[in-house]
Design a protein around this ligand. Sequence first.
Ligand code: C2O
Ligand code: CU
Length: 477
Amino acid sequence: MVTRRIVLINSLGIVASTFFHLNPSAKENNIHLLKAMASKTNLLEDPSALTNVWAYDGMVPGPIIRTKKGEEITIEFINLLDQPTSIHWHGIRIDNAMDGVSHLTQQPVKPGESFTYRFTPPDAGSYWYHPHNRSWEQLARGLYGALIVEGDESEPNVRDYTIIADDWRLENDGSLHEASLGAMHDWSHAGRLGNILTLNGKPYERLNVPSNERVRLRFINTANARIMRFAIDGLDNWLVALDGQAVPPTLLGKEGVMLAPAQRADLIVDVKGDPGEEFAIVETSGEENLVAGYLVCDEINSPEQSFSDKPIPLRSNKISEPHLKSAQVLELAMSGGAMRFLSSGMYRGEKYDGRELATKHKQVWSFNGVSGMSEEPFFKTNRGETIELKLINETAWPHSIHLHGHHFRILSRRIRGKEAPKLLPEYEIQSWRDTVLLERDEIVKIAFVADNPGKWMLHCHMLEHQASGMGTWFEVI
Ligand code: C2O
Ligand code: CU
C-alpha cells in the first residue's frame, strides 16, 4: 500500500531551464519542442527533499501537449540523457513510423541526437507519451507526460484538468531507490511498486477548480506496475471516457474508477462547493482510502450554471467495428512468473530451460511459449481484417495488456476452469480500449479491425513484465 507519514500541503514545482527557443510561428504551426533531460524535483512533503529524475523539459510530469483531432502536430525531440530513448504516443492510432518503438519502428535516439515526430491524431481524447526503450527504467525515473487531443467536447464551458498518477520508490531523503531498478524479484512478481504516490508530480496536488461548475478530469496511470482506483470524495463521479474513447456516462460507486498501468479514465464532476471548499481526490484500492490531492473551489464564484443531471456523452471517435463472423481467431497464452515459473521457452530463436532463461537472459514470462520480441511476428494480417484475440492469463499475476496502433472491443471475460462468463458492465461492453487488465487466471476475448498498416507491439504495460518476456508484435500489410 502507498503510505504517507504526515499531511502537509506542498505545491512546489521546479523550474526547467530553457536551452532552445522556438520561433513565434512554431506555435501556430503546432510545432513543439521536447527535451528528455536529467533534472531534480520535489516529490515529498519536505520541500528540501529532492529526487534526481529524468524528465521531459525537466518537469515531472512532462509538459501537457494539447492539440486538435485531425490536425498535424510536430514534436521536435532532443535526447539530452546519457542513454538512448524514443517516444511512444500511447493510444494514438498513429502512422507506424511515428509509433516510437525502439528497434521495431525506429532506431533509438542516441544521447545528443534528435528525432522529429509528426502525426495527425485521428481521435480526440486523453492520451500520453513515454519512452519505448528501457521503459522499465525510463518511466520509473520520471519520463512521461499527457497528450490531450481536443475535439470530443459535447458541452460548452466544461474545463478539463489532467491528473497523472504515479507511484515512486523513494528513500526517506527523497532519493530514488536505484539499487532496485532491474531487480529480478520485481520482474518476476508484480513489477516495481512504489511507496509514494504523486498526482501531477506532487505529494498533494491541489487543483483549483471553479466552484459550482462542471469539470472534466482526465486521469492517467503512468505507474510502472501499480493498479489504482480513483474517485472524488463527496461528489458524483461520472465516467465518460476510457482510454480516450467515449463511453455512455455512468455514475460510479464510491470506489471510483480502476486504472491499470497505462489506462486513462475521464470523469465529469459537478463541483458543488463554496469558494474555498475542498474535495479530496482519493485512491480507493487499499483497505483505507488514501487522500492523494484535492479539488479546491476557487474564490471567484462563477455565475451559477445549470447543468443537466447527467452529463451529455462525449462525441465518439470513428473506429471500425470488428466483423466477428469473418474474424481471424488467435490465442495468446501468458505464462510464467513467480509461483508458476516457466519450465522452458524460446528466446531469440533458441530454446532454453526455465532456469537458464531467468539467470542468463532475465526472461521469466512468455507469450505462447516465447519470451521477448521474436524475429517473426506473432501474426500477419491483411489490412482491414478483424482479429479476435483470446488472451489467456495462465499466470498467478494480473497483467495490463496494451495493443499498439489500434483500439479494441472487449467481448467477454471469464475465469479459467469456469464456464460461466462474467457479467460485464455496460460501459465496458461499449468501450474501445487500448489497454486491458487481466486478473490472475482470467481469459479475456478482444476484437479489433487491423486497419493500420505496419509493425505493432502487443505487450504487458507492467513494464518489468514487458522487459522480462511479455512482449510480442504483429504486422498489418
Ligand atoms: Cu504505453 Cu508499448 O506502450
Ligand atoms: Cu504483466
